[in-house]
Design a protein around this ligand. Sequence first.
Ligand SMILES: C[S@@+](CC[C@H](N)C(=O)[O-])C[C@H]1O[C@@H](n2cnc3c(N)ncnc32)[C@H](O)[C@@H]1O
Ligand code: SF4
Length: 517
Amino acid sequence: MQPTDSKTSTTLDTTQDAVQKANDTQAIAIPPNKKKSKPSPKTRRRLKEAEPIPFTVDRLSHDGRGVAIYGNGFGVDDGHAEDKHGKTVFVSFALPGESALVKITNSRASFEEGDAISITANTNPERAVPPCPHFGVCGGCNLQHWEPVGQINFKQSVLAEMLMHQANVAPDHWLEPVVGDRLGYRTKARLGVRYVVKKETALVGFRERSSNFLAELNECHILDPRIGFEIENLKTLISTLESRDKIAQLELAMGEQIPELPDGNQPVALIVRNLEPLSDADIDKLKVFFAARNWQLYLQSKGVDSIQRIALTNDDDMSQQFGRLYYQLPEYDLTFEFIPTDFTQVNLSVNRQMTKIACDLLELKAGERVLDLFSGLGNFSLPLARLVGETGSVIGVEGSEAMTARAADNARRNGITNTEFYSQDLTQDCTDKPWANQGFDALLIDPPRSGAWEIMQYLPKFNAERIVYVSCNPATLARDTKALLEQGYRLTHAGVMDMFCHTGHVESIARFEKIAV
Ligand SMILES: C[S@@+](CC[C@H](N)C(=O)[O-])C[C@H]1O[C@@H](n2cnc3c(N)ncnc32)[C@H](O)[C@@H]1O
Ligand code: SF4
C-alpha cells in the first residue's frame, strides 16, 4: 500500500499474497487508520507509542465496526487498564467473536476507537480477503474484510433493530435480500482531485478513512471498471496539465452503451471541476484523452450553470448543454435518458431488481391510480404505468424541475401515455394541489436520506391502500414507519438491497397496507 497525500502514512503489505499468508497463520494484516477528530498532539504521541491491546469482539455497531469492552470478559484487556473497566472500544476490521490485537487510534472520555491490526484467534468464517488493495486507507469502503453475504445479513439486522427500536414493529415477512453486482457497480461518484507538489503527482479518488486527505489510489474496485481502472491514467493526465493544481473534482456519471441512440456510444461522462479557466493546450490534452476513450467531456468552473460540454470531434452535437446517457429496465421494455447531473440509482443491476420488487409489492391491477413521490426521472413511475395499463394512471412528483421534464420526456419516448409529472417541493404541504386530490390506490415513496417526514403529516389525504417505501436511510425509514403505523397501516414486508456493497450504506424497501376498519 502506498503512502497518502498527508504528512505521515504507514506502509502495509495488503497484497493478496500477504493477506493469504496472514490468514494461514491466523494473523490477518489489516491497514491502520487515521482519524478526523484528532486527539491532542500529546494524546496522539501516547497512542502512537502504546502497544496494541488484545480484545475479543462481542458484536457490531451500526456502521459495521466491532464492539469490544475493556475487561468484562468479552473485551479482555491484558490487565494494564483497570481504570477503563467497562469502556467501549469500536474496532474497525474486526468481526464478531474474533480475538484481535487492536491499535487504539482515538481515546475519548466515554469510548475509544481502534483498528484490528491482526486477528489472533477465532477467525470469523465470514472473513474475506479484501478485493481492493486500498481497503483500510481509502474511506470509500469499510466492509471489504467481510463476505458480502455477511454484510447484507448484517444490514438486514440493522434495519430490523431500527424498526423495533423506533416503531416497535417487525414486518410480517422479510424479503430475500436483493443482491446484484458487488464489484464494479458504482456508476455515479464524485472523485476528489489534488496535485501534490512534493511528489509531482495528482491524486484522484475518495478521502482517506475518517480524514480530509485524499487517499492515494491507482484503481477502485467498486467503481464501474470503465472508470475504476482508469484512475492511474487520470492521475497521469492531470499531472501533465498546466492547471494541474487548479483541478478540484471529477464528477462521474455512466450509463449503458446503446449505439443506436444519440450519444449512445459515449456512455461515460466526466465533469472536470476547474477552479480557473484552462489553457487551450490543457483542453487539447483533455480532448485527446477523452476522444481515445469515447467519453463525454465537460468543464465546470463555477456553479452548475457554468458546466460546458467540450466537443471532441467536429461531428459532436453541441446544441445542448449536456449530452445523453441511458439505462434500461428490460423487464418493462423501458429505456431512460438522463444527463450527467441527474440523480440515478448507482447500481444498475440492483436497480433492475428493485424496481421489479417495488412494482410486485404494490400488487397493481389494471385501471388503478398510483402516486410516485420523489419520482426523479420516472425510474418507478414508468414501470408502474406499464402495470396499470391504459385505463390506470401514475402521477410522479419530484423537486427538480429539470428531472420532472425529463421524466415526462422518458414517458413519451417509451410510448407511455398514462403518466403525469409535477414539480413540487415535497417538504411543503401540497394537499391543495389538484394532483393531490384525486385519491390513489397505491403510493410509492423514494425520498432522499432525510426521509419523508413532512409527507407523513398529509398522507391520509392520499388514502392509498398500499404503500411501498424505498429508503437509503434505515433511521428515517424507521421514524416514518412509526407515523404510518399510527395512521392505521401495517408493515407487511421489509427487506434490504445490496445497492452499495462493501460500504456501510443500508438501502431498504418496506411495504405497508391499510388495515381494514
Ligand atoms: C432517492 S432519489 C429517488 C429518485 C427516483 N425515485 C429514482 O429511483 O431514481 C430522491 C429524489 O427526490 C428528489 N428530492 C429531494 N428533495 C426533494 C424535495 N424536497 N421535494 C421533492 N423532491 C425532492 C431528488 O431530486 C431525487 O430525484
Ligand atoms: S472505494 Fe474503491 S478504492 Fe476505495 S476501498 Fe473501495 S474499492 Fe478500494
